[in-house]
Design a binder for this molecule. Structure first.
Ligand SMILES: CC(C)(COP(=O)(O)OP(=O)(O)OC[C@H]1O[C@@H](n2cnc3c(N)ncnc32)[C@H](O)[C@@H]1OP(=O)(O)O)[C@@H](O)C(=O)NCCC(=O)NCCS
Length: 163
């Protein structure tokens, strides 16, 4: 694929590299920090992008909230390969994982609205996802000053349209 990055499911041995990649953007408050332990516990939910030197340069995860609803989470692409289609490919791989699990309603809470709009997500009211609000937002220190924007995609409609 573009930028010679191969997308695959993550393995336990990838957990430290994933946490390090996420940490570079968490330090800029662009995303939430995740420890290697947190990543390893949820490793089956992660996909990664690997460059020709075997380094992890991208990641993403599916965070399930119910049998039908999941968040496209932990999307990060190393700066050296920004703008090469890797972010789009990572989200697509997470969507494929969602479809395999029978989850059709996916959403993202993001500070990168233009990215999600460019890859076919629609802006929606986060109130549409009370599961997310109950599990994460109510306990978050920034709940009264949150500037994340909610984007969603219905994968069932999309796969029907493609057929
Ligand atoms: C947001 C991010 C994942 C995008 O990754 P990327 O590999 O550069 O994105 P892609 O090259 O796949 O871009 C896909 C499309 O989104 C657009 N896009 C990507 N980032 C954009 C941005 N910041 N602003 C506007 N458009 C953007 C691209 O132009 C492209 O559009 P096109 O298909 O019409 O040409 C990456 O910048 C990143 O890791 N940012 C830091 C972490 C972060 O904020 N993650 C999101 C947490 S939800």
């Amino acid at each position: 694929m573009t930028a010679d990055v191969v997308i695959r499911r993550a393995r336990a041995a990838d957990a430290v590299a994933i946490a390090e990649l996420v940490a570079t953007f968490a330090a800029e408050a662009l995303m939430l920090r995740r420890t290697p332990e947190m990543v390893e516990l949820a490793i089956d939910d992660y996909v990664v992008g690997v460059n020709t030197r075997g380094q992890i340069v991208a990641c993403g995860a599916l965070k399930e909230y119910s049998p039908s609803v999941a968040e496209i989470a932990a999307i990060a692409v190393s700066r050296d390969v920004h703008g090469c289609g890797v972010g789009k490919a990572i989200v697509s791989a997470v969507e494929t994982l969602a479809l395999k699990r029978g989850v059709y309603d996916v959403f993202a809470l993001t500070l990168q609205p233009a990215f999600f709009a460019a890859i076919g997500y629609q802006r929606v009211d986060r109130a549409r996802y009370p599961e997310k609000i109950r599990r994460d937002c109510l306990g978050c220190a920034r709940r009264f000053a949150c500037n994340e924007i909610c984007f969603a995609k219905n994968l069932r409609l999309e796969s029907r349209a493609a057929a």
